[in-house]
Design a protein around this ligand. Structure first.
Ligand code: ADP
Length: 326
């Protein structure tokens, strides 16, 4: 095993709060292991276009609490081609980079897996996505912050819903996963939560709303995951309108605010711990893996597994949410 002297770090795909805390941890851990770090701008785009600059401990001062990513993120189609990846490899060689830490989601890991397979280049991945949809870790970096952002928005929406006796349909992110919807829905006491992982019949939705709308509180909140079987909040609104024509039903699509903002303490700690373990793992010969935390234990999961498998959904939590919302 050749000693690693220099690593590159990049953030790729959708940004997530806590990516900066992860970059900081990678840089400081590398310094601890006497490894130099190059920061690659805009994900794989920066590899192909050779935009890499040294990152010192000073460069990551005062970023642990900042949302977004100082390295910027981008979607890079060129990296999906063998020619693009070849150019990226040549630039890594030219800059004497021995290994990479990539922070992103399953698309990012798909690209990382390919350069491992094609060139034997060592890469360790950090799970950075608000969606929490990655196999191989209980929580992804950014998820907790996004859930807290949704909860604080729904708390405010509930105030106005209550004042006007309205039904609010709130659409949240998560792509084809319902982790954000379930957790934020439970935390905000939503009357109904619609997620892609479990089927909800229209009559169940209607019954939940009928129970939720009563003399004490004639308003209701429905949280809809963007990937739910009904489509988004607009589609759910049509169904609700048909059954509750006397109510003023409103839609709120929270959108990109869920990606931004200062990371929660949980995400900062998660990013710091995993960032350190990514570098330590590289020094111990780990590559082609994502580093995650399962039951508070550090786990290295091969990229193909992290990409292929789906994280199991907490059905019990969903059932409890149903019982408590009645
Ligand atoms: P995320 O990592 O959040 O899932 P994307 O799916 O946009 O986000 O992937 C991020 C980047 O990873 C893409 O812009 C591309 O550069 C790279 N990537 C995604 N899929 C592949 C693929 N099949 N082959 C090579 N690179 C890929």
């Amino acid at each position: 095993m050749t000693a690693i002297k220099k690593i590159g770090v990049l953030t790729s795909g959708g940004d997530a709060p806590g990516m900066n805390a992860a970059i900081r941890a990678v840089v400081k851990a590398a310094s601890h292991f006497n490894i130099e770090v190059l920061g690659v701008q805009k994900g794989y785009y920066g590899l192909i276009h050779d935009i890499m600059t040294p990152l010192s401990n000073q460069a990551v001062y005062n970023i642990i609490h900042r949302g977004g990513t100082i390295l910027k993120s981008a979607r890079c189609l060129e990296f999906k081609t063998p020619e693009g990846r070849q150019t990226a490899m040549e630039n890594l060689k030219k800059n004497e980079v021995d290994a990479l830490v990539v922070i992103g989601g399953d698309g990012t890991f798909t690209g990382a897996r390919l350069i491992g397979k094609e060139f034997g280049f060592p890469v360790v991945g950090l799970p950075g996505t608000i969606d929490n949809d990655l196999y191989g870790t209980d929580y992804t970096i950014g998820y907790d912050t996004a859930v807290n952002t949704v909860v604080s928005a729904v708390d405010k929406i509930r105030d106005t819903a209550h004042s006007h006796d309205r039904i609010f349909i709130v659409e949240v992110m998560g792509r084809d996963a319902g982790f954000i919807a379930l957790r934020s829905g439970m935390a905000s006491g939503a009357e109904k939560i619609l997620i892609p992982e479990t089927k909800t019949y229209v009559n169940e939705l209607i019954e939940s709303l009928k129970t939720g709308l009563n003399e004490e509180d004639n308003s209701a909140i429905v949280i809809v995951a963007e990937g739910s079987e009904y489509g988004g909040a607009m589609e759910v609104k049509k169904i609700v309108n048909d059954h509750f024509p006397d109510y003023d039903t409103r839609v709120s699509i929270l959108g990109h605010m869920q990606r931004g903002g200062a990371p929660s303490a949980f995400d900062r700690v998660l990013a710091s711990g995993l960032g350190f373990q990514a570098v330590k793992g590289l020094t111990e010969g780990q590559h082609g893996v994502m580093v995650g935390s399962i039951n508070r234990k550090i786990v290295f999961t091969p990229f193909d597994k992290a990409i292929k498998y789906h994280k199991s959904f907490n059905v019990e939590l969903k059932n409890i949410a149903e019982i408590l919302s009645a």
